[in-house]
Design a protein around this ligand. Structure first.
Ligand code: NAP
Length: 283
């Protein structure tokens, strides 16, 4: 495992476990998170809207690994945007997770009064209740505005990043402001024929690796943290075995050509999507 140092000096694992597990069954989340920690994942990524913070908290309690060795991320949902709401939502998440501090707290979507949220998060950070604060889905213009106006700059921006949506322009903006990129959907959510793509399959064969391993490795080699999700223990193991090989520049260049330049998962600029985000409730 490699680590990155965030813009406030905090060390964060380059790879973590994405806990957006589709099943409403808390036992599945609990088992998956315990398996992931047992295999060696230390960064766990959840969110209020995943409705599984209690199950993640139970797994953290039962896993047998000391709290300080884990790196726990959760996210503020749109419904709780605003200064007072954020303070309350943060405490609710902490209580559900059974923790007394968070490693990383992220604004999940740039909607509602997220500047009020940011002021609350800056205070929580200064009080030591969270080690780092950041955002998700902040496209370049929104990230630039926040970075130019915030007292504490976001440490992380979690956005969709995989071979079919590479977002080099977004990465350039993050680099300019010292914001660490983190990929959601690093396996393109398993869709878009990613695992049978001929170029990725050929590269995988060359290194004796799987397509999943090549794709995850590719993102880390361009400085992007990854949080793949799986409910299968063998896939969790496979996804973690990416630290013993290196893609050549030639293969990095071949993967660069797979970029479609747009997301096929979600259109953040669509008014319908924004309405959907506001309609989703966590309480
Ligand atoms: P993902 O990690 O790109 O892909 C997960 C899918 O790939 C699942 O269907 C999984 O199936 C499958 N898979 C995993 N490893 C595999 C392997 N080695 N071989 C074949 N299939 C494999 O998608 P994601 O869950 O959307 O993204 C990862 C994490 O990012 C989430 O869990 C969440 O924490 C975060 N996220 C954040 C946002 C945001 O707005 N901030 C949005 C989306 C996601 P099985 O589970 O059946 O193995």
């Amino acid at each position: 495992m490699e680590f990155t140092t965030l813009n406030n000096g905090i060390k964060m694992p380059m790879e973590g476990f994405g806990a957006m597990l589709m099943s409403p069954d808390p036992a599945q989340t609990e088992k998956a998170v315990i398996d992931a920690i047992d295999i060696g994942y230390r960064l766990i990524d959840t969110a209020a809207i995943y409705m599984n913070e209690e199950a993640v908290g139970t797994a953290i309690k039962k896993c047998g690994v000391a709290r300080e060795e884990l790196f726990i991320t959760t996210k503020l949902w749109v419904q709780d945007a605003g200064y007072e709401e954020t303070k309350k939502a943060f405490q609710t998440s902490l209580d559900k997770l059974g923790l007394d501090y968070l490693d990383l707290y992220l604004i999940h979507q740039p909607h509602g009064d997220y500047y009020g949220s940011w002021r609350a998060m800056e205070e929580l950070y200064k009080e030591g209740k969270v080690k780092a604060i950041g955002v998700c889905n902040f496209y370049p213009e929104r990230l630039t505005d926040l970075c130019l106006t915030a007292e504490v700059k976001p440490a992380v921006n979690q956005v969709e990043l995989h071979p079919f949506f590479q977002q080099e322009n977004a990465l350039a903006t993050m680099k300019e402001f010292g914001v660490q990129p983190e990929a959601w959907g690093p396996l393109a959510e398993g869709n878009h024929g990613i695992f049978t793509n001929p170029i990725l399959t050929e590269i995988a064969g060359k290194y004796g690796k799987s397509v999943a391993q090549v794709v995850l490795r590719w993102n880390t080699q361009r400085g992007v943290m990854i949080i793949p999700k799986s409910v299968h223990r063998n896939r969790m193991e496979e996804n973690l075995e990416i630290w013993n090989f290196e893609l050549s520049q030639e293969d990095m260049d071949k993967i660069a050509k797979l970029d479609k330049g747009h997301s096929e998962i979600v259109d953040h600029s669509s008014p319908e999507f924004v309405k959907f985000l506001h309609s989703a409730k966590v309480h």
